[in-house]
Ligand binder design. Sequence first.
Ligand SMILES: Nc1ncnc2c1ncn2[C@@H]1O[C@H](COP(=O)(O)OP(=O)(O)OP(=O)(O)O)[C@@H](O)[C@H]1O
Ligand SMILES: [Mg+2]
Length: 389
Amino acid sequence: MIMPDIEKPFLASLEERLRHSNAFLKNLILSSVDGVMAADCKGKILIFNDAASEITGYSSDEALDQLNIRDIYPAKVAYAVMQKLRSDDCGGRGKLQSYQVDVLGKDGQKIPISLNAAIVYEKGEEVASVGFFHDLRQTLQIQKELEQTQMQLLQAEKMASLGKLAAGVAHQINNPLGGIILYAGLMLEEYELKDEAREDLNRILRDAERCKDTVKELLEFARQTRYEMRPLDINKAIVRTLFLLENQTLFQNIKIERQLDEGIPPVNGDSQQLNHLFMNIILNAAQAMSGSGTLTVSTRRGANNKRAHIAIADTGPGIPPDVMPQIFDPFYTTKEEGEGTGIGLSLVYGIIENHGGSIKAVNREPNGACFFIELPLSTPPDEEECLES
Ligand SMILES: Nc1ncnc2c1ncn2[C@@H]1O[C@H](COP(=O)(O)OP(=O)(O)OP(=O)(O)O)[C@@H](O)[C@H]1O
Ligand SMILES: [Mg+2]
């Protein structure tokens, strides 16, 4: 039971008063953007506004005539809400503030809401409860997407530091390793070496080669190697990356123009890698525009029907001619220490290569850079792609 029983005549008069309170007040409640529902102490629903209908799927009439407040919540949740309301836990006795709870939609689906509720007292007696709530689905979805973006950005950061580490290791170890291999080899060519010494030298050579392989593996790992290729919609991959990025502060003053050709057949690709690819190019564009300008992303089907063409253009300062030849080099950056490691476009290049595609950067008139990408469409293995000029 939700509230202690009160006398019937009193209840009837309260119901009457609540139902027929002045028209303005009713209108106010019914037109509230938040869902509003009120129930008497037996759980009979007295108010159920349009927003509550929209969230739950029950019409107001259905709710008023057929539902008990307990039906709106999953099992035992109505009781838990009342317990909270009666405690001092969330906003004081008789009040509940920003309490996250599920309601049950008409189709049985659980809908997360944020609930502000209060007990209505008459002469110190509980006579009703009223709740104001809003749908949290979209907020929670965006929160989830943002967390994923953060994870991806963190991953990109990790990749960048790992790349730096790998390059450092390669540089520090490869040179002395080359010396070890060279001189051990030379000594082996010495004709009068004892068998034991020859065996030791062979061992040195073998171990040195193993070290070389390890360094190579480390470098390959930093450049990402695991791919899961499948036919995928390139427009969807772009839209997803844009959706993840446009919520970031850097993109607040960037106008994003999408010119996506809906008729492009699927591309054969690894969705995560393509996400990395677009993310790196788009992040570079946003950074080049210092967070304000226009980003244009367009897609179209190549003339010979074998490739998808993607262009990502910005209105930043463009790429200076002396920088252009080096932009895809690992660890080449024009950014300040801590702002860029120069791994972004080299990762992009590796991903493009692994997809059998191509990429080039050009400057646009009057300003800005544009990256042209071509990716093979998913075609039967016998139909080999031919490069478009
Ligand atoms: N859209 C662009 N406009 C102007 N310059 C660009 C653009 N994209 C890339 N560049 C230049 O290419 C360089 C290399 O880019 P890359 O993404 O590889 O490294 P980064 O952005 O400097 O660092 P990181 O991506 O590791 O954080 C950049 O430092 C920048 O000078
Ligand atoms: Mg970058």
